[in-house]
Design a protein around this ligand. Structure first.
Ligand SMILES: Nc1nc2c(ncn2[C@@H]2O[C@H](COP(=O)(O)OP(=O)(O)OP(=O)(O)O)[C@@H](O)[C@H]2O)c(=O)[nH]1
Ligand SMILES: [Mg+2]
Length: 466
């Protein structure tokens, strides 16, 4: 991606036919270039933040469409440059002609994410805020949207900037000390330094620890649906997704490979993964499927164990032996006792056995009939509870971006080294080095310190027009 001061254009609304489509033009000549294809009151003297009705006409004075042009004069615009947004009727032909015409007039088609990159380059937002624009656009659930909005508003950046500034103050005192090293003076109080370093360590670690949940909220909380063959896992998946996604049959071992899809329950996006039923098998393909099931248990945040209440207690014991040892403390277990509608279902024996199996693990147990759709509400509530998303305070800052997470982990490491050095009474230059590293990692998130390569990678993930 080249950063130049030319004027760029792109359709900013989704590809396809719509009631209207909006082309965005940004750059120092934006107003002048749009004026060349504009029939109506000239935009040259239009005030910022005003909308004008007119017609887009080509070089032969042929009308392409009636349009509304909204003028934003820099720096008070999204990109910080002069911007004109042209709303036309959303026909594919009109959209194509408009862009072709703008290019013939002197605009360049924008690269992916170039509008947002210009906003960043012109100081309209920092990097974390710019990345949040992409997240807001991509958000598919209320919870994901809330996190992205908070990041776009700059809550996360403000927190980091505050830490960064505090640390920078101390770092400069330390550097000053190094300049006077002959004299053995101490400008930076070691006690104060230690206090602040500890505080920063706590906050950075806490932020990093929100990543697992934050990322899961963004992509869908992974729920592995597991259990013995024929328990009703695929039936349940179809019910949760309100769609016949997986094949259901009374033949044991119907599902061979994992099937996954997302759906929003309450405010939260869940990613359900239906898996091959657990049983002893000589079939090579089925055995590979079962290996995948075990892997999915490891990757899941929530393990949803489906039990066939008609299958007898031996079957529960067998499944438990496979599932329980794989669970970690961070994972939540939800157990669905299924087929409660069936005359052979023995719910009380099943519950009693489960009590002993799960006696030192916290599990939420729900009785359901997947086939009849009984108590699916109860199961959905259990999933929301297990996800913990209803416990996240409204103003909690969540990290959802792997790049930010990595930088936070590195910042936590270097500040921890500084704390060790301070506690051990090690000399100032080592401490200053660790603090400089911490500053560097915090700066990477907001973009104070970021290489052009990283910027290009980040912005190329946007679509054209953003
Ligand atoms: N009576 C009753 N039958 C059910 C219920 N849920 C599923 N079944 C039946 O149980 C059989 C197995 O259902 P599946 O959903 O294919 O089971 P599965 O756990 O995916 O099985 P595998 O893919 O072989 O591991 C089918 O005949 C379903 O109709 C239920 O709630 N009540
Ligand atoms: Mg199945």
């Amino acid at each position: 991606m080249t950063m130049t001061d030319d004027t760029i254009c792109a359709i900013s609304t989704p590809a396809g036919v719509g009631g209207i489509a909006v082309a965005r033009v940004s750059g120092k000549d934006a107003i002048m270039l749009v004026d060349k294809v504009w029939k109506g009151k000239s935009l040259a003297n239009a005030e910022s933040h005003t909308a004008h009705l007119g017609t887009i006409v080509d070089e032969n004075n042929q009308a392409i469409d009636q349009a509304v042009a909204t003028v934003f004069r820099g720096p008070r615009s999204f990109t910080g440059e002069d911007v004109v947004e042209i709303a036309v009727h959303g026909s594919r032909w009109v959209q194509r002609e408009l862009i072709n015409l703008l290019v013939r007039t002197g605009c360049r088609i924008a690269d992916a994410g170039e509008f947002t990159r210009r906003a960043f380059a012109n100081g309209r937002m920092d990097l974390a805020e710019a990345e949040a624009v992409a997240d807001v656009i991509a958000s598919t659930s209320r919870a994901a949207h809330r996190i992205a909005m908070s990041q776009m508003r700059g809550d996360f950046s403000r927190k980091l900037t505050h830490l960064h500034d505090q640390l920078l103050d101390l770092a400069s005192l330390l550097e000053l000390e190094l300049d006077f090293s002959e004299e053995e003076v101490e400008f930076a109080s070691r006690e104060k330094l230690l206090d602040i370093a500890r505080e920063i360590h706590t906050i950075v670690t806490r932020l990093a620890s929100t990543f697992a949940t934050g990322a899961a909220i963004k992509d869908g909380i992974p729920v592995a649906i597991v259990g013995e063959t024929n328990a009703g896992k695929s039936t349940l998946l179809n019910q949760l997704l309100h769609e016949d996604r997986a094949i259901v049959s009374d033949i044991h071992g119907t599902t061979r490979d994992t099937i996954e899809d997302t759906i929003e329950i309450g405010d939260t996006l869940f990613r359900f993964i239906d898996t091959a039923g657990l049983r002893q098998t000589d079939d090579t393909i089925e055995a590979l499927g079962i290996q995948r099931t075990l892997q999915k248990i490891t990757d899941a945040h929530i393990v949803l164990w489906v039990i066939d209440a008609t299958a007898g207690t031996d079957a529960i014991g067998r499944a438990a032996q496979q599932i329980m040892p794989k669970l970690t403390d961070e994972q939540q277990l939800v157990i669905a006792i299924n087929k409660t509608d069936h005359p052979d279902a023995d719910v009380s024996a099943t519950s009693a056995l489960l009590d002993s199996i799960t006696n030192n693990v916290s599990a939420i147990i729900v009785n359901i009939s997947a086939r009849q759709g009984h108590n699916l509400d109860g199961l959905e509530n259990a999933l929301i509870k297990a996800s913990g998303t209803d416990q996240i305070p409204e103003d909690q800052i969540m990290v959802t971006n792997a790049r930010h997470y990595q930088a936070l982990v590195l910042a936590a490491d270097s500040i921890a080294r500084a704390i060790d050095a301070l506690t051990a009474g090690i000399s100032g230059d080592f401490i200053a080095q660790d603090i400089r590293e911490t500053l560097h990692h915090l700066g990477e998130i907001t973009g104070n310190i970021t290489s052009q390569d990283i910027l290009t990678t980040i912005f190329s993930r946007f679509c054209i027009g953003k």
